[in-house]
Write a protein that binds this ligand. Structure first.
Ligand SMILES: NC(=O)c1ccc[n+]([C@@H]2O[C@H](COP(=O)([O-])OP(=O)(O)OC[C@H]3O[C@@H](n4cnc5c(N)ncnc54)[C@H](OP(=O)(O)O)[C@@H]3O)[C@@H](O)[C@H]2O)c1
Length: 340
């Protein structure tokens, strides 16, 4: 097996450390460097390194780079590495949208290098991994869009649900917000509390979810999306309410999902009527999806759960690399398990 030399930008953050954990256990990878701004950053205690800054990392020679930097900062390092002929997977939002206008509309800042957006492709491994073949820059979706798309894309593609209004109730553990503490993520505000935020159409993932639902299925789509902060460290759950169309039932939707994910190791469709819990998926790279009947109301309820740091971030990035390399999709990644 070819051994890839890889580097991780932003390795000291929550997603970076989880990615490093997967890469360290991967038989086809050698980690050459990981970056943090300060040599004594908290995360640097948890992985032997070598640690360096993003600037210093350019002295290393690698085949692949993963960027776990914040959006706005990530783009210039992604392009710097792409210019060296290295393949890059960006976990930030900088290369998810194809145009600078969409980026600015949803991220609220000008794109750092708008002329480079056309070089990138957004990869959801279960959906369009082959689209990455000729690209040097690959973006992975955020954790919420990953769960939403895995739950609804097969049914939307088959025309089983009405995309004129899909309602999404989403909740994440606190690691979804990254390491820097804020008033919202303060222990006292999180513990034994539940807060919703970005209700309606304000969350930046609304734009990504709608844009790719439309692009990938050629179906105009509108969503309402409300995020919530769970008093847990990791794990994410979305509950999706969609109106059935064309005589479809919850069972039809469930069969469609079962068929779509047959043979896919990282999406587990639960028996009809059974919904996943966070503990089913935390610590794994799986997204578990449940379908609940509400046929008498003409609606179906889909519930998807995943670990935001694995299937929602670092694990999905390794899965993307595995597929690109033609390796077993599961190399270096936890398939089974969950929390106690
Ligand atoms: N958390 C999630 O569930 C999740 C899911 C999907 C995608 N993502 C995306 O993944 C990326 C990382 O998220 P995270 O949650 O891991 O964030 P995080 O915990 O805040 O980590 C950010 C990393 O980037 C470094 N960094 C921060 N600002 C920097 C700057 N201005 N210049 C250079 N390095 C900088 C940090 O280094 P220091 O140690 O020096 O601070 C750290 O290594 C973000 O773009 C996020 O949107 C996150």
């Amino acid at each position: 097996m070819q051994i890839l030399q890889v580097g991780v930008l932003g390795g000291s953050g929550f997603t970076g450390l989880e990615l490093l954990r997967c890469l360290r256990g991967h038989p086809g990878v050698r980690v050459v460097f990981a970056t943090a701004r300060q040599p004594d950053a908290v995360g640097t205690r948890r992985f032997p390194g070598p640690w360096c800054t993003s600037e210093e990392s350019l002295a290393y020679s690698v085949d692949w780079v993963f960027s776990c930097l914040p959006h706005g900062e990530s783009a210039r390092w992604v392009t710097a590495w792409a210019d060296r002929g290295v393949r890059v997977i960006d976990l930030s939002g900088d290369f998810r949208f194809p145009t600078p206008e969409l980026y600015t509309a949803w991220y609220g800042i000008p794109h750092p290098c708008p002329e480079r957006l056309a070089e990138a492709v957004l990869v959801l491994p279960e959906w369009n991994a082959e689209a990455a073949r000729d690209r040097r820059i690959m973006a992975n979706p955020g954790c919420y869009p990953t769960a939403v798309w895995l739950a609804v894309l097969p049914a939307v593609r088959r025309g089983l649900v009405d995309t004129r209004m899909i309602i999404i109730d989403a909740k994440s553990g606190v690691t979804g917000a990254g390491r820097p503490p804020t008033e919202r993520t303060h222990f006292v505000n999180v513990q034994e509390n539940f807060t919703v935020y970005s209700a309606g159409r304000r969350h930046r993932h609304v734009g990504e979810i709608e844009y790719y639902l439309e692009t990938w299925t050629r179906t105009p789509s509108r969503i309402l999306f409300t995020a919530g902060l769970l008093p847990v460290r990791r794990g994410l759950m979305v509950t999706v309410y969609a109106a059935l169309r064309g005589g479809a039932t919850a069972r039809t939707v469930w069969s469609c999902l079962v068929e779509a994910y047959a043979g896919r190791p990282f999406v587990r469709v639960r028996p009809l009527g059974e919904v996943p819990t966070l503990h089913d998926v935390v610590g794994t790279n799986r997204c578990d999806v449940g379908v609940v009947e509400a046929d008498e109301a003409g609606w179906v309820v889909l519930v998807a759960a995943l670990d935001n740091l694995l299937k929602g971030a670092g694990g999905q990035a390794v899965q993307t690399m595995n597929l690109w390399m033609g390796w077993d999709e599961t190399l270096g990644l936890p398939v089974e398990g969950g929390d106690a």
